[in-house]
Design a protein. Structure first.
Length: 191
């Protein structure tokens, strides 16, 4: 993958976490230190899940070598379509969960895991195309950390609707990356 593709992929994988962070920021009104801590949790989890998906993909790669580009396209397309669909779901800016202490930490981790499942699917696709998963996972994790921290601070000021726009753009980007992988492996882009 090119550096531009990795950057776009990292941004795309981070947009659902960003959207969730905007919502959490709107609900909890965090300070800077809290936003950074939440960003670290999201970034670490989002960086680990592509590695898990990649490991699963390596196990299956030998069986699906002839159609790996179709699988990568399908996975990225499905995740992108899911993100597009979610970006059109209504937002409830009035919902402000009241959680404290251990429950707040569990809710944060559950949200981070929930938003990172798509990164595991992308990791599977990366195994099929032989991409440098360590670089990709690090970029996804770092980008998620930065965007989640910023998202929480933005959410404090503007609410959750802005996160939906980011999620929509991320979905479109993932579909385009999937199409580019398919086009490259099918020879549609020329030599």
């Amino acid at each position: 993958m090119t550096p531009l593709s990795i950057a776009v992929l990292s941004l795309s994988m981070s947009t659902d976490a960003f959207a969730a962070a905007v919502g959490r920021g709107a609900a909890h009104r965090p300070g800077f230190a809290t936003a950074v801590r939440n960003g670290l949790v999201f970034g670490i989890i989002e960086g680990i899940t592509p590695l898990i998906g990649w490991a699963m993909g390596l196990i299956a790669a030998g069986f699906v070598e002839q159609v790996d580009h179709w699988i990568a396209f399908g996975l990225l397309g499905a995740v992108g379509a899911k993100m597009l669909w979610e970006s059109f779901q209504p937002v409830d800016e009035e919902a402000r969960p009241a959680r404290a202490g251990r429950n707040a930490i569990l809710a944060l981790i559950a949200t981070a895991v929930g938003t990172s499942i798509d990164a595991a699917a992308v990791g599977v696709g990366m195994a099929f195309i032989g991409a440098n998963i360590w670089l990709i996972a690090a970029c996804i994790g770092f980008t998620t950390f930065v965007l989640t921290t910023i998202g929480m601070l933005i959410g404090r000021a503007v609410g959750v609707r802005f996160g939906k726009v980011a999620e929509f753009l991320g979905g479109v980007a993932l579909i385009l990356i999937g199409l580019s992988i398919l086009a490259e492996h099918m020879g549609w882009l020329g030599a």
